[in-house]
Design a protein. Structure first.
Length: 695
């Protein structure tokens, strides 16, 4: 006969204790390593204990991730109860005795599980009687713990043997906070279910279902927003939010980029474990517990994925823990219910030059922008019709660019229309026209992300590159205004001979301004860019490797653009590549719309494949021979065709085309497939890699 230590199902409800146990074992290994003067090994183990392991089968969030998770779950569970009572307009039922009973059972579990791991002193009753921590208070807790952790890490770096006496106390401090937060989380979970069970008897399940359905979207957005704010403030990246929010679960997660879909199976659920334990003792039917899965858990998962996913998606929940014993979510990228066919290649990102008009004079401009009033651009009606046509194929991230898109008078109307159709709306701007009022209008219209060009941390150098004095100050102020209005900001930096040595300083400036995404653009011989002296292929390679190395010191998400070899380099450096699809995605998952409605594979590949005034976007995307050719990797020539990395890299097709022709005029004169001046399928001349295949 097997005797269990816990009243609640241990596998479902107590993964937090399993993680704590494993970290205790690593702490013992750390102490042994220090005793043997293996300070390097000790530092690695210490980092795993507190900061976790980010990838692989043994991935775990560390003490930092666990504490963030439990703090977020407290907010989630207490918000469920608050939203439900407010929506129904009822008072809290008289269920204090039941809450106390079930929470006491869980507290007993905690006492048994922590005894062998760490010596902590927690008053189980007093800890849940405290007022909930505010966001600043949560951040303050992390700051204090992080300072203590840095002190110990510095002692290890200095190979100071006295660090041993600090390690145990550091572990205990983190563990104490994690256990306290887990207790508070469970108290709110118990309260939420007991209250819901009582309301089910009073007003019935249909009323509860209706109330949850009405507030679920707002609930998901509010709880995830708070979790993200704390996560970013304590020094983690947005992409870490997903790892943090899954830290107390056993999961199977697969993403199939060939099909642009993925599945996430939850094999345990601490919320379900609590509900199941209480339901059995109170005789509550399963339809009450399933309400949480169907509405609140689904809404929370959707809001969390929306926060971390760069692309639009649809989410389904084919299996629910309360009904099926496991939970499963199915995700489809850029899914459009109005698309008439399912294809392997659909636009995930679409760049639309809505105008050629611009107020700056950048020497590298691929579109050869002008300060004159443009002609023949799509009208507002035509632009909306284009958005409708795009939705017949997919629902991409639609980036409105220029020129300077804010010079287009109907820009807010276009943003609002795209957002209403379910597209993720982005804007590429030089920032010169974005002040507080503009940032607010963009956010209200539905903009989710804005890219601002910043090419130096030195104002005068940026101004010289952009051709207008004062443009650096305006770009920086634009970033500040956008961040204050809750818009995700990306900094785009074009690498040149002049700023080659400044990238680390630019990244530091971007980080200081609250920027999260940093894209490093490499010149392509297109438009006015043909006149600029480019970096050598060897310097390109060095810059990508150096930037990836610097990224570890920053909170920025770094991605090189127009340099598809970054995928090969990232793979070689064993970086986490899960958020990237392929180096060159032109014609596969990406294309460009020119101001007059012409479609090209990318902004730097000026080959006109059709015009939406003459053919539908759907016809051009699916039937263009050039698009079909780009999607067949066997058509690549030279070393790109032989390369073992062609499925993840592909070489830059625009650079291959530009450097295999005598010149490219400018993007105002698009080339037709019948009159190509270069070979877009030839090898990328700026890649230094030699394929392993000999034939």
């Amino acid at each position: 006969m097997v005797t269990t230590l816990t009243k609640f199902d241990e596998r479902h409800c107590h993964k937090w204790a399993l993680l704590l146990r494993k970290r205790r074992e690593k702490l013992n290994q750390t102490l042994l390593a220090i005793a043997n003067e293996d300070f390097g090994g000790a530092k690695r183990l210490l980092r795993e204990i507190f900061h976790g392991i980010s990838s692989g089968k043994n991935a775990e969030p560390g003490m930092v991730g666990s504490l963030l998770y439990h703090m977020a779950m407290i907010t989630k569970m207490e918000t469920e109860t608050r939203f439900l009572l407010e929506e129904l307009g009822v008072e809290m039922p008289a269920v204090a005795e039941e809450i106390e009973h079930f929470y006491g059972d869980f507290a007993s579990d905690v006492d048994e599980l922590t005894k062998p791991v760490v010596s902590i002193n927690i008053d189980m009753r007093a800890v849940v009687a405290k007022a909930s921590l505010s966001t600043p208070e949560k951040i303050n807790v992390f700051n204090k713990l992080n300072e203590k952790t840095k002190t110990v890490e510095n002692m290890l770096s200095a190979k100071n043997p006295e660090v041993i006496q600090y390690l145990e106390a550091l572990f205990r401090d983190w563990a104490q906070n994690i256990v306290e937060m887990r207790l508070r989380q469970e108290y709110e979970t118990v309260k939420g279910f007991v209250v819901t069970a009582a309301l089910a008897k009073i007003i019935g399940v249909p009323w509860l279902r209706g109330a949850m359905k009405r507030v679920q979207e707002k609930f998901g957005e509010e709880t995830v927003r708070i979790a993200l704010e704390v996560t970013l403030t304590v020094g983690l990246r947005r992409e870490n939010l997903q790892t943090v929010m899954l830290s107390d679960h056993f999961i199977n997660y697969t993403m199939n980029m060939a099909n642009l879909d993925g599945r996430m199976q939850f094999l345990n659920c601490p919320i379900f474990a609590s509900h199941d334990y209480i339901a059995k003792q109170l005789g509550v039917t399963g339809d009450v517990a399933s309400l949480f899965c169907t509405h609140f858990c689904f809404a929370h998962a959707k809001a969390m994925l929306k926060t971390v996913m760069p692309f639009t998606f649809e989410l389904w929940q084919p299996k629910r823990m309360a009904n099926d014993g496991k939970c499963e979510f199915y995700l489809k990228l850029a899914h459009s219910p109005t698309a008439s066919k399912s294809e392997k290649f659909v636009p995930l990102v679409l760049s639309w030059n809505v105008t050629r008009e611009c107020n700056l004079k950048c020497p590298h401009c691929y579109i050869n922008a002008t300060d004159k009033t443009p002609i023949n651009e799509l009208s507002t009606e035509e632009a909306k019709n284009l958005i409708d046509q795009i939705c017949e194929v997919s629902k991409p991230l639609l980036i409105l660019s220029g020129g300077e898109p804010l010079l287009r008078k109907d820009i807010y109307e276009l943003v609002r229309y795209g957002a209403s159709k379910g597209l993720k709306m982005g804007l590429g701007s030089n920032g010169s026209l974005i002040d507080e009022a503009t940032a607010k209008k963009l956010e209200e219209a539905g903009i989710e992300t804005v890219s601002i060009s910043l090419d130096s941390h030195v104002p005068e150098q940026h101004d010289a590159f952009r051709g207008v004095k004062g443009s650096w100050e305006k770009a920086v102020n634009a970033i500040k205004a956008l961040r204050e209005n809750g818009v995700l900001v990306q900094v785009n930096t074009t690498v040149t001979q002049q700023n080659y040595g400044q990238i680390d300083d630019i990244m530091s400036l971007a980080e200081k301004l609250g920027v999260e995404n940093f894209h490093l653009f490499f010149l392509v011989p297109t438009g006015r860019g043909v006149k600029i002296e480019d970096l050598s292929p060897a310097k390109y390679e060095e810059m990508i490797r150096t930037t990836f190395g610097k990224a570890a010191r920053h909170k920025l998400n770094v991605r090189p653009s127009c340099a598809p070899q970054f995928m090969r380099i990232a793979k070689d450096m064993r970086l986490n590549m899960s958020r990237w699809i392929r180096g060159c995605i032109a014609g596969l998952y990406y294309c460009r719309v020119y101001p007059n409605g012409d479609i090209t594979p990318c902004p730097y590949l000026p080959i006109k494949l059709g015009n939406i005034r003459e053919k539908t976007f759907k016809e051009i995307w699916y039937n263009s021979e050039m698009f079909k050719t780009l999607r067949d990797f066997d058509t690549l020539k030279g070393k790109c065709g032989k390369c073992e990395h062609r499925t993840i890299c592909g070489g830059c097709r625009a650079r291959a085309y530009g450097l295999s022709s005598d010149f490219i005029d400018y993007c105002g004169d698009l080339h037709k497939p019948a009159e190509l001046k270069g070979d877009y399928l030839t090898e990328d001349p700026w890649c230094v890699y030699k394929p392993k295949k000999s034939s």
